[in-house]
Structures are given as C-alpha cells and as structure tokens.
Ligand binder design. Structure first.
Ligand code: BES
Ligand code: MN
Ligand code: ZN
Length: 502
C-alpha cells in the first residue's frame, strides 16, 4: 500500500479527487463548517449516524463533493483506540467496493494518532496474495493521510511508513505456508534485508551450528528434511562501541510436536510458529526505513519440528551451547530448545538488553487470550519500557511473574534441567526454563502465542509485536531519552528518534 501525507481541512476535502473520502468524526467535530459539516449535521439529526467509534455511513456520489464515495466514520472520544476502530471500520466497508484510492481526513487531535491510523488502514486493507494471486483485484493501493498541518506531521509519517513496512513483512512471512517459508526461505528473506544500508546478514548451517555446540537447536531440527538455518542480522546505526539490543525470534517454520505429536485439528496453524522470527525481520525492515542511531542484532534459530526415524525422543538428553544438559520430556516443547542456544549465543555481543519473541506456549493463550502478549523480564526498567512501548503503539503486553518457585517442576534426575514441568502455569515455566540461559544481560521474553495470529474466518498473521518493538527501539535513541514532550499514548516520532533538528 502506498501512503501519502497532505494538508487537508474539511473544506479542502470537499474538493479532493479520490475514490473514497473518509472523514473521521469525533465529538468535537461539530465545530466544523461547510458542505461536509452540513451533511454530518443532517445525518446525525436523522439518527443514521453517530460519532460512536466504528460507526460508518457511506454515500455514493455525494452531492457537491469531488470524491466518488464519502464515508463518515465515528471515532468517539478520539483516543488512539477509537481512531483505530474508526479507520478499521471505514476501510473494511470500502474493501467491498471498487475503491483503489482512499483519503483519510484527520483533525488536529486525531492526527496525534497518525501512526495508529495509518497502521489500521494498512492492516484492514492487507490482502494475502503469495499463494492466492487471484485476491489481488481487491486491493486498496493508495491511502492519503489528510491532516491540518502536514509539515508538523512529517516525523510521525516517517514512523508510520516504517512501521507499516515492518508489519507487512512480518505478516507476509507469518502467513506463508510452511512449504513456502522454510528455514532457508527465511534466511533468504534476511539476506534480502541486507541490501539496505546499515544492515548485514550472516547465515549458519548445521556444520557451523554443531561447531558452536548448539546441541539443543540441532536436536530439534534433526528429523526434518529441511536443513536448519541460524540467521544473524546486524543493524549498525551507531558507533561500534555502543552495546546493541539483541532481538531473538523463534523460527519454527512448522511445529508438528515431533514424537510428542500434536492432535490433527488446527495443526495447520503451526505454520505460524515462526512469527517471532518474522517480527524480527519486520523490525529490521522498519529500522532500514528510519535509520535510528542504534545498534541492533537479530538472531533467528530456524528449523522444522518433525517426527521420524531420526527424531528426538522423550527421555533423550541433549547438551546445550551453555553446557547445561537437558532432558527432553516432551518434544513439543521445542521452542525453548532452539531459543536457549540462541540466548547463549547472544552473550558474545555484550548486549544492553536481549528480548526474545516467541509463539512459545498454548498456556499463554489460556492466560491472556489474544489481546496482550505475555511479558517476562529480569530487568525492571526493560519491563517498564516494553510495557510503555506496547501502550503507545496499541500493541499491548502484560507483565508475568518469574518467581523461582515456578522452576521446581523443571528438575530432572537425568540432566541439569527438564524441558517441561506439569501443566500448571505453563507459560511461566517455559520462561523459567529460558531464564537459565540469560544470566549475563538484562533479558525480556515476549510470549506471542495468542497475539501473533488470528484463527477462524480472519485466519492470518497480525505482524505483532513489530509496533511495540519499534516503539521500544526508537525510545532508546539518544534524543528520545531527552525528549519530555511525548505523551504516553502517542506513537514514537522521528523527532524523538533524532531524525529531525526539532
Ligand atoms: N508452538 C507451540 C505453542 C503454541 C501452541 C502456540 C498453540 C500457539 C498455539 C509450542 O511449541 C508448544 O507446542 N508448546 C507446548 C508446550 C508443552 C508441551 C509444555 C504447548 O503449549 O502445548
Ligand atoms: Mn511445540
Ligand atoms: Zn512451537
């Protein structure tokens, strides 16, 4: 989707040439005058329209307007979540029409939520086509963001474009079926990102992974016909002396459960088990756009979890890169096995923080549903920053506990640690397992099992948590820490990132 920014008042919007003009209406919109304001007043009077968030009214050839379609859409109080609900409703309604270009008309207070509005438009107009090219015909190709002052909105617009590109990439790779998104396909995608300035990529195969001693990662991959890949991405935006943030993404391109085989119904959704990896790729795409003064490393252990004659068996003991031995009691708890070696590898970068992102446990979905990702952290300030980044980008997470008592069940008579405990607090015990490998740096873990994709009729990847990872990273830039202007609900801007002289 093509995004443009324009200065546009309600009066100017009346003469905007576009397939569809979408006007966001909040409670305070009544102060407006002119043609559109009159139509709004009449529609409200008739009872056909109210400014409740998500309420839509569509005109075909609205009298006096240049636009072919007019959509009035309510955004309630005009908060970020209201703007998102409104834009989502309007674009969803237009998706059924033939409109290819859409102009969104935002008032000054709504323009505060420019990043959220743009992302909502992109999310609602997204159509998966990689293995369904026939879907192409429905696409909305161009969105114009009309705001009262385009110059002022420019920094946010830059963030919006970067975030949209990042989320789109994450959704794309998340959605591709496992036979179109193998470990090597992910490695090629990562190498593709290295064509951008400041990004480089290195890909390791089995031999190198074995030489590093990544015994648990190799063990998960050993029954698959698809060779494993260990992907290392670098974004270098600051001096080499500046410690990087390391992002680690779980890249299980298909999770059958292995010998501890998963039940058949719904197993197709385990193609999404690489959404953590996809979010790392997406975040790097966004970094390529915004070029912040930061160093970031991305690590992706990518493989399939398959049953077969060579497969890992319950009771097997494997040695991790850290030297700790692990008793595999359930081969379906494979995510923590590929992550633990990547977390050990992360040490060499002397990172200021390591964040792993993983579709790790069904138990996290039971605990938090699909709204908030599970957040675990050994560092209070890292936790606070990730929570804030989530609120700011409307990509929410929720802090979960790491009390040592939760690790009791991971004790093993045959190895240093078992890979599973009993069913209780399954998301927490998984995090406790990972924590054993993260003693050398501030660490956070995002369990995105509930947030990375949707099931049912809307089945598909969400691109989460790219928005919050990006907001977190942009807040790390030198000028952002000095900035006092940003309110909790405003997305990060390029001003905050030190991209402008403001
Ligand atoms: N990829 C799954 C987690 C998952 C399951 C995410 C369902 C979203 C929906 C992970 O590898 C897994 O299988 N975890 C097991 C752990 C268990 C064996 C301790 C689970 O959650 O059932
Ligand atoms: Mn599994
Ligand atoms: Zn898995």
């Amino acid at each position: 989707m093509n995004l443009e920014l324009q200065t546009l008042s309600w009066a100017q919007a009346a003469s905007a040439k576009t397939d569809a003009l979408v006007v966001l209406v909040s409670k305070s919109s009544q102060v407006q005058t002119g043609l559109i304001a009159n139509m709004l007043a009449q529609a409200e009077k008739s009872g056909d329209f109210s400014s409740a968030a998500g309420q839509c009214l569509l005109w075909w050839k609205p009298p006096g307007l240049k636009a072919l379609r007019l959509v009035l859409v309510g955004v309630g109080e005009g908060r970020a979540a209201d703007v998102r609900a409104g834009v989502t409703a309007a674009i969803t309604a237009l998706k059924k029409s033939k409109a290819a270009s859409v102009t969104l008309c935002l008032s000054a207070d709504q323009a505060e939520h420019l990043v959220v509005a743009a992302q909502a438009a992109a999310d609602a107009s997204y159509v998966y086509t990689a293995t369904k090219p026939s879907a192409k015909a429905q696409t909305i190709v161009k969105v114009v963001l009309g705001v009262p002052n385009a110059t002022q909105a420019k920094p946010d617009f830059a963030v919006a474009q970067a975030q949209m590109a990042g989320v789109a990439l994450a959704r794309e790779w998340g959605n591709r079926p496992a036979n179109h998104a193998t470990p090597d396909h992910l490695a090629q995608a990562a190498k593709g990102l290295a064509k951008h300035a400041r990004i480089s990529c290195q890909v390791l195969g089995l031999k190198e992974v074995e030489r590093l001693g990544m015994g648990t990662f190799a063990a998960v991959a050993q029954a698959s016909a698809q060779p494993l890949r260990f992907i290392i991405l670098h974004y270098k935006g600051a001096a080499a002396t500046q410690a990087p943030v390391v992002l680690v993404g779980k890249g299980i391109t298909f999770d059958t459960g292995g010998i501890s085989l998963k039940p058949g119904p719904g197993m197709d959704e385990m193609k999404f088990d690489m959404c953590g990896a996809a979010s790392v790729l997406g975040t790097f795409e966004a970094l390529a756009h915004l070029k912040p003064a930061l160093n970031v490393v991305g690590l992706i252990p990518a493989c399939e979890n398959m049953p077969g004659g060579k497969a890992l068996k319950p009771g097997d003991v494997v040695t991790s890169m850290s030297g700790q031995t692990i008793e595999i009691l359930n081969t379906d708890a494979e995510g923590r096995l590929v992550l633990c070696d990547a977390l050990t590898y992360a040490k060499r970068f002397k990172p200021r923080a390591v964040i792993d992102i993983a579709t790790l446990t069904g138990a996290c979905v039971i605990a938090l549903g699909h709204l908030r990702s599970g957040l675990y952290a050994t560092d209070e300030s890292l936790a606070a920053q990730l929570l804030a980044a989530g609120e700011q980008s409307l990509d929410l997470c929720w802090r979960m506990p790491l009390d040592d008592e939760y690790a009791e069940g991971l004790k093993s008579n045959f190895a240093d640690v078992a890979n599973v405990a009993d069913r209780s607090a399954g998301s927490v015990t998984a995090a406790k397992f990972l924590q054993r490998f993260t003693k050398d740096y501030p660490w956070a873990h995002l369990d995105i099992a509930g947030s990375a994709w949707k099931s049912g009729a809307a089945k598909g990847a969400t691109g989460r948590p790219v928005p919050s990872l990006l907001a977190y990273l942009m807040a790390q830039t030198p000028t952002a820490t000095k900035s006092t202007k940003r309110s909790a609900n405003r997305p990060p801007s390029a001003v905050d990132a030190g991209l402008t002289s403001a």
